[in-house]
Design a protein around this ligand. Structure first.
Ligand code: CUA
Length: 349
């Protein structure tokens, strides 16, 4: 009797301690989405089950270790053991039930959170992941932004895309995570429930700039969201300068157009315009100033330097900054767009 009672008692004590510990330790950041609620419940169920199983194994192990240890002077072999059919059946059936039960439960949660919401109010956001930044497009409004702004309590359908390698869209506070894969559109639905500031973090090793691949997330009330939309829409209306270009077509080479392109192509995810140090050098006060390169030489940030830095970023690395800027912009941007971005940098005194 004692052989079972003591380890069972120990199991109960250890389980209670472990479960209390898990309840008190903050394993996850603030919960900020509807879908995250069922995921947190699942996590809690798994932790409780794991605590009990761990305690059970450890209790019987410790009890046997201490209670059945060799006594001083004891030299003979232990008694021969035959298997126990009842025990073997039990330790096959019970884990099987636990595994099948957990799978069914988590599969149900997965179907639940992936199900289309019945509100027609659903907001669509096209997410583009690339080495090493994010852009967020709101197709209904014709807006592209380096920052993800979402209205609180409205379901959002994210369409995930990648242009180069596999990335993973993850906002820890929303709990859900989904890969962004080149050539494939992955869908994920999230309804933010708590206003606040969070971060998208890339959760798939995607190259040297992986750890820098973040984007700000702002969950705001509906009024603030509408305000933001209006502001962004206004920014999209790029003024066309009166003077005609070489071909007679209106020229878009203005600082304002450059600002729009910089935002659209994700430049501002890495380059601040207010002097803040991000992944790349700030653009504020860059034009016309001396820049120290990785090899110790200095150059003046003139138009040629800026153009080279956009087209071939690795050629003139600025000291103190990682070589993470992708060399894709000479294909992604037209000459006019590059020129406009340079005009924008020039305007940031
Ligand atoms: Cu993108 Cu890691």
């Amino acid at each position: 009797m004692r052989k079972v009672a003591v380890p069972v008692l120990l199991t109960i004590v250890f389980s209670v301690i472990l479960v209390q510990l898990f309840e008190r330790v903050n394993l996850t950041p603030t919960l900020a989405s509807y879908q995250g609620e069922s995921i947190d419940t699942l996590l809690r169920v798994v932790l409780i089950l794991a605590s009990v199983i761990f305690s059970l194994v450890i209790s019987f192990f410790l009890y046997s270790l201490i209670s059945f240890r060799r006594q001083p002077g004891e030299l003979e072999e232990g008694p021969p053991m035959e298997g126990s059919k009842a025990l073997e059946i039990a330790w096959t059936i019970v884990p099987l039930m636990i595994v099948v039960g957990l799978s069914t439960y988590s599969a149900r949660i997965l179907f639940d959170i992936a199900a289309p919401s019945n509100s027609e109010q659903e907001l669509e956001v096209k997410v583009t992941a690339f080495q090493w930044a994010w852009t967020f497009e709101y197709p209904e409004y014709g807006i592209t932004s380096p920052e993800l702004v979402l209205p609180v309590n409205r379901s959002v359908l994210f369409r995930l895309h990648a242009t180069d390698v596999i990335h993973s869209f993850y906002v820890p506070e929303f709990r859900l995570k989904m890969d962004a894969i080149p050539g494939i559109e992955n869908l994920i639905r999230i309804r933010p429930t708590t206003a606040g500031e969070y971060k998208v973090r890339c959760a798939e090793m995607c190259g040297t700039g992986h750890s820098y691949m973040e984007a700000p997330v702002r969950v705001v009330d509906e009024a603030t969201f509408q305000e933001w939309l209006t502001k962004q829409t206004a920014l999209t209306q790029v003024p066309v300068t009166a003077e005609a270009g070489e071909t007679g077509a209106p020229s878009l080479i203005t600082a304002e157009a450059g600002r729009q392109y910089a935002q659209q192509f994700g430049c501002l995810a890495c380059h601040s315009v207010d002097g803040t140090k991000l992944v790349g050098p700030t653009w504020k006060g860059l034009f016309g100033h001396e820049v120290t390169l990785e090899d110790g030489t200095t150059v003046i940030a003139d138009e040629t330097y800026l153009q080279n830095s956009i087209v071939n970023p690795a050629a003139q690395l600025v000291r103190g900054y990682p070589n993470v800027m992708p060399a894709i912009y000479k294909d992604q941007l037209t000459r006019e767009q590059i020129q406009a971005i340079i005009e924008y940098i020039k305007s940031l005194r």
